[in-house]
Design a protein around this ligand. Sequence first.
Ligand SMILES: [Zn+2]
Length: 304
Amino acid sequence: MSWFKKAKTPLAPAKQSRVPEGLWTKCKECSEILYTKEVVKNLSVCPKCNYHMGLTSFERARSLLDDGRFEELDQGYGSNDPLEFSDTKRYKDRLRVSKEKTGLDDAVLIAQGELQGIPVVVAAMEYGFIGGSMGVVVGEKITLAAERALEQRNPLLIISRSGGARMQEGAMSLMQMAKISAALGRLDDAKIPYLSILTDPTTGGVTASFAMLGDINLAEPKALIGFAGPRVIEQTIRQPLPAGFQRSEYLLEHGMLDMIVERREMRHLLGRILRFFTEPVVRGAARAAAEPASVPVARPEPVS
Ligand SMILES: [Zn+2]
């Protein structure tokens, strides 16, 4: 006789959930459970608390360009792992997994398309590829994007979302800061607009180079933007940091950004800025047509 007997018949194997995976999304900020379709329709902004969730580089390009259409450029690059780096995993394996996961060859998508009818070159960083870190390939592709913008005389848009330089490539990754900055300098000399859009998070060598070099630097609300992380700074200076430190609103208040733009407004606003930069001749001609050829100058009456 056994000491115990089964009081109940075993439970039937769990029925397969009829709720498909990904039907619901939990907002990280307000913990609200949201219908994924509604979130996607809202450009991944929480309809309850306005938290701007992360976008992939492809989603970003689609959200900004006319009809969500663009041509992907400069594909087929790959890091040659110059340091043969390995930590808990081999760098080569991290690269392979990230490529499969994102469908990109590295942490940036280069796209050519039109924004409200204006041809633009877009570089959108991909956080899902080793934290959007900038190695040799990211540096090369963003430089190529800047060179293409220069050659075609099209505005350049860079959407940053990155943990910074890629430690697995050591000093080679840090060199990309100077390389991209030099290419942007040539764009500036040619008076081609470069708009930088900083999204959550933009940190390290990306903030310290091209992300802050836009003719206009725009950020999404509450995006973390900084060089070193807040914990590192707090430990170094041994002082608590002010509330909202390294968030877009704090940076705007301290003169580090030009404006904060909600994601829903971004495309419209970029269109306005680009028209301002790219249609000076038309605006000048329209003004000249509206104004009389010579404006009489009011002179003060001579004092008798
Ligand atoms: Zn929320």
